[in-house]
Structures are given as C-alpha cells and as structure tokens.
Design a protein around this ligand. Structure first.
Ligand code: AMP
Ligand code: ZN
Length: 138
C-alpha cells in the first residue's frame, strides 16, 4: 500500500478527521474508532512505513519515546488497571492498516478483551537452533 491509499496518511494530512490525543512533528496519536476498550488509542509516525521493521530506527525511537507518557495518560483517563501495547505487522498478524502503528489498549481483570495466547514448550534443542538463526539474521 502506498501513502496515497493509506487511511492513516489521510488522517495525518487532515483529509479525514480523527479524535486527536497528541501531535508533534514526528508522530500523531488519536483514538481508535473501533475500540476494544474505552480509551483504545493509536500512536503512528507521520511518515508512511508499512511495518515496524521498515521504519528507520531514529523515527521509531521518536514514536517509542512517547508511548509511555501517552499510555500513562490513557490509563489514568479511563482508570484502567493495566494496558496492552500492540503492534500488528503483516496480515497474518492482524494488520489491517498498512501504516506502522501502536495500539494502547486499556485493560481490567476479567474484561474478556483477550485471553492469554496459547503457549507450548520447545522440543529438545529447538530453542537454541531458532535463536542461532535469529542472531544470524540480525
Ligand atoms: P490493525 O489491525 O493493527 O491494522 O489496526 C488498525 C486499527 O485502525 C483498527 O483498530 C481500526 O479500528 C483503526 N482505524 C481504522 N480506521 C480508523 C480511523 N479512521 N480512525 C481511527 N481509527 C481507525
Ligand atoms: Zn500511511
């Protein structure tokens, strides 16, 4: 998806309205219009990059440097017990808008928003093999 077809780029350009939380020269934060809990907030870089690993480190640093402050404000505003920080990358991971973004999702115990993901144990030796392959790709 290029920037011309991107809904978040249109929001950033002011062509589509949003309910703004925070803005500076590098990032925009606004409320998600399809929340999974009250206060569900998005934080996006103003430049168009599809996925986290496409985003230059410096810009990603700018985005991440604001996440804690915004998350704290969201948590206080809706008086939630906690929150999830989520960044979907790729359709298989649930990414619908192909412009890198972070979700801040307020959470309370037993809210049913999502359950813990299914986890399993590695077979003998597999954890080391996978780690070595990841290290080689760094
Ligand atoms: P993702 O599945 O991580 O790509 O999430 C995209 C999110 O963007 C969804 O939670 C949508 O509800 C949200 N979204 C889509 N369009 C808008 C919009 N115009 N304003 C605010 N949030 C939006
Ligand atoms: Zn975009």
């Amino acid at each position: 998806m290029n920037a011309d077809d991107c809904i978040f780029c249109k929001i950033i350009a002011g062509q589509i309205p949003c309910v703004k939380i925070y803005e500076d020269d590098a990032i925009l934060s606004f409320l998600d219009i399809g929340p999974i809990s009250d206060g569900h907030t998005l934080v996006v870089p103003k430049q168009h990059y599809e996925q986290l690993h496409d985003c230059p480190a410096e810009l990603l640093g700018r985005v991440c440097s604001r996440l804690g402050k915004i998350a704290e404000a969201v948590k206080k505003a809706v008086n939630s017990e906690g929150y999830n920080l989520l960044c979907n990358n790729g359709g298989a991971a649930g990414q619908l808008v192909e412009h890198v973004h972070f979700h801040i999702i307020p959470r309370n115990a037993d809210d049913g928003v999502f359950n813990r993901w299914p986890s399993y144990k590695y077979e003998e030796g597999r954890i080391e093999t996978i780690a070595e392959t990841i290290r080689k790709n760094l």
